[in-house]
Design a protein around this ligand. Structure first.
Ligand SMILES: Cc1cc2nc3c(=O)[nH]c(=O)nc-3n(C[C@H](O)[C@H](O)[C@H](O)COP(=O)(O)O)c2cc1C
Length: 278
């Protein structure tokens, strides 16, 4: 039963992403979660109004953090400042695709399964959506390089964190970023979180004046998905990556003699009552 529900959620998500791509704004947290995916093509010349951007940042700061440390630091780039960073880094990637070296392990060295397989599948689906085959290294590189143009987004964020922070504070950063992405969906704004930017800490430091005691964690592309995209960009922007079913990551310790036990984690409608239109 749980597997069927998980499969149904995936279908709902696919549909929600498709609607989001055609301009539907998410009105509930559930809708925002379902319609959010990583956008990798953004509408040219459609800027995010400054007050909307400020509002998103103001609201995202209410994300919880351990001890209320609020360890996030965000550099907001638009216009010429954004262009200056993306053009310099993009140019550099033509010479040096590996970058300057990240200040943390983007993935654990020697990543094991099931994570390794999931990572591979993610790449396969992403490049597959563009019709790029396994062996087409040049085309893959070309697509990876789009990261350094912030995928053409009108707003680029660079997120840094004080180097004294540790794993718990990286969780806090994730919560902040999660809030930001969902707040975006409520405003018709899409996003792509980008650890790829962590490969260029030196250039970012120089351009943005990031102090030495801060680590460059990631970039975030923010903007609007273009409507009526042709193939294969449409498939790329509508990509609904898969998720593991609950059975793979939840261990239930449920007292089945209580009614709570019977309901929790078993059959639960995803959409709130009366809000089936996702
Ligand atoms: C912290 C973080 C860093 C990421 N870095 C990149 C990146 O550098 N480039 C990119 O295209 N996508 C990046 N992604 C997007 C993931 O590939 C994506 O979230 C994942 O495949 C699930 O797909 P979805 O976001 O469409 O649901 C990143 C996501 C997260 C959470």
């Amino acid at each position: 039963m749980i597997t069927e529900d998980c499969d149904r959620d995936q279908l709902l998500r696919k549909e929600a992403i498709r609607r989001g791509s055609s301009g539907r704004i998410s009105q509930t947290v559930t809708e925002a979660i379902l319609s959010r995916n990583s956008a990798r093509v953004f509408a040219k010349n459609k800027t995010i109004p400054h007050d909307v951007l400020l509002q998103m940042l103001r609201l995202a700061r209410f994300a919880p953090s351990g001890g209320n440390l609020q360890p996030w630091h965000v550099h907001v780039l638009t216009g010429r400042k954004l262009d200056s960073l993306r053009h310099e880094v993009y140019k550099k990637t033509l010479e040096n695709p590996a970058g300057e070296g990240s200040e943390y392990h983007i993935y654990p060295p020697g990543l094991t399964d099931p994570y390794r397989t999931r990572r591979r599948k993610c790449g396969k689906d992403l490049y597959g959506s563009l019709g790029i085959g396994r062996g087409d290294v040049q085309k893959k590189l070309q697509q990876v390089r789009q990261n350094f143009l912030f995928y053409g987004a009108p707003v680029g964020l660079v997120v840094t964190v004080d180097k004294q922070m540790n794993q718990p504070q990286f969780v806090d950063l994730g919560l902040f970023l999660g809030h930001l992405c969902l707040l975006g969906r409520e405003r018709g704004i899409d996003s792509c979180l980008q650890e790829a930017w962590a490969l260029w800490p030196k250039t970012i430091r120089e351009q943005l004046g990031v102090p030495d005691n801060h680590l460059v964690f990631c970039g975030v592309a923010l903007g609007y998905k273009p409507r009526n995209l042709p193939s294969p960009q449409k498939e790329l922007n509508d990509l609904a990556t898969e998720r593991a079913n609950l059975g793979e990551f939840v261990t239930f310790h449920i007292d089945s003699s209580t009614s709570n036990g019977q309901n929790n984690g078993q059959r639960r409608a995803l959409a709130p009552a009366g809000k089936a239109r996702l």
